[in-house]
Ligand binder design. Structure first.
Ligand SMILES: CC(C)(COP(=O)(O)OP(=O)(O)OC[C@H]1O[C@@H](n2cnc3c(N)ncnc32)[C@H](O)[C@@H]1OP(=O)(O)O)[C@@H](O)C(=O)NCCC(=O)NCCSC(=O)CC(=O)CCCCCCCCCCCCC(=O)O
Ligand code: NAI
Length: 717
């Protein structure tokens, strides 16, 4: 766990060994504690080098241990103090990553040497924590308060070059880091005396004062204001500011006491649990499986080096950028001349002149590529035609994928010669930025096609989740009842402002109406027309607010008929200063419109609480999530949660909708749905699904045990 060797005659080389990231689990902490003591008392040893096995210094504390109320083994704070107090110089040799507790470990060393490709950082804020083993107190003393606060609050990875400039690293090298650190620990080159034996006090960060900061009170006030406005209800970022303020104002030992107290408030909090759950949910998608039994570890991906993107609108442009950034050579195809020219400019701008992209108005240009992503209008007839053409044009074996957000993958596959080569690759806007990729398999998609799309997602840095084929797949299928509830609430007396405020307070960066204005109201309108819910496809004589015997809100359709598509037209649920404007203002027109609408349909506006908004919107969405699990469209609640956190900006500190349901309590969610369904019996999305009932009947097991109930449930269907 911590290997000890004496090298070069007098240097104790301690190597942390705990693959894959050398996390500081109990046995490692024990090993570190013992080897530091050994180095201290070994008369042969004059200096110490600390390194990590297999090119990674240390990924920090072992997150899997965090559920324990009291962690076993020696405490990190104690180990780091022991190391800092050592009278022999200790040099950290940083290769790969030094993150979280790993960087705290490096800060407790007297010197830090990093490889030029190394990265350091404090990502704890993403886990609902902050660097609580001395990091919040030592880093500001080394790099100053503003730089330290930035690193701690953002959780970003700092590249070696920047770390050197900040003084976080003493040296950056391109050669073998451990060898360099051993040499460094023994001698300082040229005129300087050997560092072994040199007084080390200035290199013990706990002994140093924080560099002074002018206008400190104003600095922290401003920082706190910024954090409050951005944290969206997350507590950890606020604690980061409090802890760093402690470093700036208190002696080290007092700062450490404050750090301990603050960590105590976070460590077992619901937010920390939710954020840590998200860390593992993000990674769980890589271990995909299909109902056929095909799995991530038994299927091989095809090599992909060239791709074509068909349709260069909003999505196609971002997809082209994402593929080019992943190192693929991309052919971008668009039939509209002006769109092609505009897309070429936009893509070049985003790629900053880099990437290998060629442009064509002709589908024939896709003849030799390994993979195609189709991103034309959401119109089945157009897409079917394109898939038929692609099947004729492309070389045998080309993977044909579609970015459709709702349509049937199998129907598209049936237009091709090789339906097993067709899968959905559902990106989220903006496609080069949003991390989520839903990889949709149809009944005939081959495991190899799925493996290839998943592998490509990884190359693009996406969180990829394999899902089954149904209208809207996982994310958009669950979104439908959420949007539906929001519209019903408007009919009943709410305003877009009230609904959005409730959702933003919950932690979404944008409420449902602001989000719809951003995406474009016409997108959903097109889908509803395609489904025959509005437009010429509606059976004559149907009441306006009923479709297929269920409650329906035509509000979104009426807005589009008024030409209000959202930001792009300068008005939607809100008013914008110009088409394409970003700042939403309340619109008196809309208030009038809603009043007239209610009057026309005999609806009496009532007072609606924020709690009702949250429960109806979120429980309806969660209920559909249970149906998705029940139908086997998503393999696990973790997959659903990853989709919502990385594709729909569900607040990480709430852990995703299914985790949130488990935290609220399944019985309470069931009770809420029963209540609202009784009040609205014509809304099937509010009727609790049978899997939820069954989970509650089985005593509401923890989320990692749901799959057992799901399996039993499916076998009974
Ligand atoms: C390191 C990475 C950047 C590597 O990325 P990549 O190569 O892409 O690999 P991955 O797929 O991400 O990971 C591979 C594999 O490893 C698993 N893993 C990664 N990191 C960890 C980890 N830190 N712990 C456990 N497991 C880890 C990962 O899950 C993968 O496995 P799989 O899931 O099975 O596929 C990347 O991995 C990464 O970013 N890792 C996380 C880095 C990070 O966030 N580090 C910070 C950890 S938190 C930390 O260090 C906090 C502290 O040190 C301070 C807390 C002190 C604790 C003190 C406890 C005292 C509590 C008392 C409180 C009460 C007080 C009172 O009462 O008084
Ligand atoms: N806009 C969004 O937020 C998201 C959209 N999607 C899906 O992505 C697809 C594309 O959507 P958008 O980019 O928003 O549409 P868009 O309307 O912005 O762009 C579509 C482009 O396809 C081009 N096109 C049409 N027929 C073509 C053909 N035969 N050959 C080549 N190009 C052709 C059009 O000229 C247009 O430039 C749709 O299936 C949509 O459902 C998926 C995720 C998010």
């Amino acid at each position: 766990m911590a290997q000890y060797r004496v090298v070069s005659g007098s240097v104790a080389l301690i190597t942390i060994q705990n693959p894959p990231v050398n996390a500081l689990r109990a046995a490692v902490r024990e090993g570190l504690f013992n080897t530091i003591k050994r180095a201290s008392s070994d008369p042969q040893v004059r200096s110490v080098v600390l390194s990590g096995h297999n090119g990674t210094f240390c990924g920090g504390a072992d997150i899997k241990e965090f559920g324990n109320v009291s962690l076993p083994g020696p405490h990190l704070v104690e180990i780091f103090q022991l190391m800092e107090d050592l009278v022999k110089p200790v040099v950290a040799a940083i290769e790969g990553f030094a993150l979280g507790g790993g960087l705290e470990l490096a800060l407790a060393c007297h010197y830090r040497i990093g490889h030029s490709k190394a990265k350091v950082g404090f990502p704890e804020v993403n886990l609902g924590l902050f660097p609580g083993a001395g990091g919040s107190q030592r880093l500001p003393r080394l790099v100053g308060v503003p730089a330290a606060l930035d690193i701690i609050i953002t959780g970003r990875h700092v590249a070696a070059g920047e770390a050197l400039k900040l003084g976080l690293l003493d040296r950056v090298i391109d050669q073998n880091t451990v060898d360099a650190a051993v040499t460094f620990s023994k001698i300082q080159k040229c005129t300087s005396p050997p560092i072994s034996g040199k007084p080390l006090d200035n290199h013990r960060l706990g002994n140093r004062p924080c560099p002074p900061l002018e206008n400190m009170d104003a600095f922290f006030e401003e920082a706190m204001k910024r954090v409050h406005s951005r944290a969206r209800g997350a507590v950890a970022p606020i604690t980061c500011v409090q802890a760093v303020r402690g470093a700036a104002t208190l002696p080290f030992h007092k700062g450490m006491e404050l750090e301990k107290m603050l960590l105590g408030t976070l460590f077992n909090s619901a937010q920390a649990q939710a954020s840590q759950y998200c860390f593992f949910a993000e990674r769980a998608g890589a271990r995909w499986s299909m109902p056929s039994g095909a799995r991530w570890d038994t299927c091989k991906a095809k090599p992909i080096s060239t791709a074509a993107v068909i349709g260069l609108g909003t999505m196609g442009r971002g997809i082209t950028v994402a593929l080019a950034r992943a190192g693929l050579s991309v052919v971008a195809v668009e039939t509209q001349e002006h769109q092609l020219a505009e897309a070429q400019r936009a893509v070049s701008r985003m790629l900053k002149g880099g990437g290998r992209v060629s442009y064509s108005p002709d589908l024939q240009a896709a003849a030799e590529v390994d993979l195609v992503v189709e991103a034309v209008f959401e119109d089945m007839a157009i897409k079917e035609k394109i898939f038929k053409q692609l099947s004729e044009v492309c070389k045998p074996g080309t993977l044909l994928t579609t970015n459709t957000s709702t349509l049937d993958i199998d129907r598209l596959a049936s237009c091709t010669r090789d339906p097993q080569l067709v899968v959905g690759m559902h990106f989220f806007a903006p496609a080069h930025i949003m991390r989520l990729l839903e990889v949709v398999y149809g009944p005939r998609s081959s495991p190899e096609a799925v493996a290839t799309a998943m592998q490509l997602g990884k190359r693009m840095g996406k969180v990829s989740v394999a899902v089954g084929n149904c209208t809207g797949f996982v994310g958009n299928r669950m979104l439908k009842p959420y949007l539906e509830q929001a519209n019903f609430l408007l009919e009943e007396g709410a305003t877009p402002e009230l609904v959005d405020a409730a959702l933003e307070e919950f932690g979404f960066p944008m409420g449902v109406f602001k989000m719809s204005d951003l995406s474009g109201l016409d997108v959903g309108w097109r889908v509803r027309k395609e489904e025959g819910l509005t437009g010429p496809g509606v059976t004559a004589g149907q009441p306006m607010r009923i479709r297929h015997g269920r409650r329906y809100s035509p509000l979104g359709d009426l807005m589009c008929e008024e030409g209000r598509y959202g930001q792009k037209t300068g008005s939607g649920w809100y008013l914008y200063d110009k088409p394409g404007g970003r700042v939403a203002r309340s619109d008196p027109w809309l208030r009038n419109f809603l009043e007239q609408y209610r009057a026309r349909h005999g609806l009496v506006a009532r007072r609606i609480s924020q709690q009702e908004v949250l429960e109806r919107c979120l429980y309806a969405l969660i209920n559909e999530g249970f149906r998705v699990l029940e139908d086997g469209i998503a393999a696990s609640p973790q997959n659903i949660d990853a989709i919502y956190v990385f594709g729909y900006s569900w607040p990480k500190h709430r852990g995703g909708p299914m985790f949130y349901a488990s935290q609220v309590g399944l019985a309470r969610v069931l009770e809420g749905l029963n209540h609202y369904h009784q009040a609205h019996p014509d809304v099937p999305h509010l009727e609790p699904c049978s899997l939820l009932r069954r989970l509650v009947a089985s005593g509401s097991p923890p989320i990692n045990k749901w799959s057992e109930v799901v399996k039993g449930h499916r076998s009974q269907l």
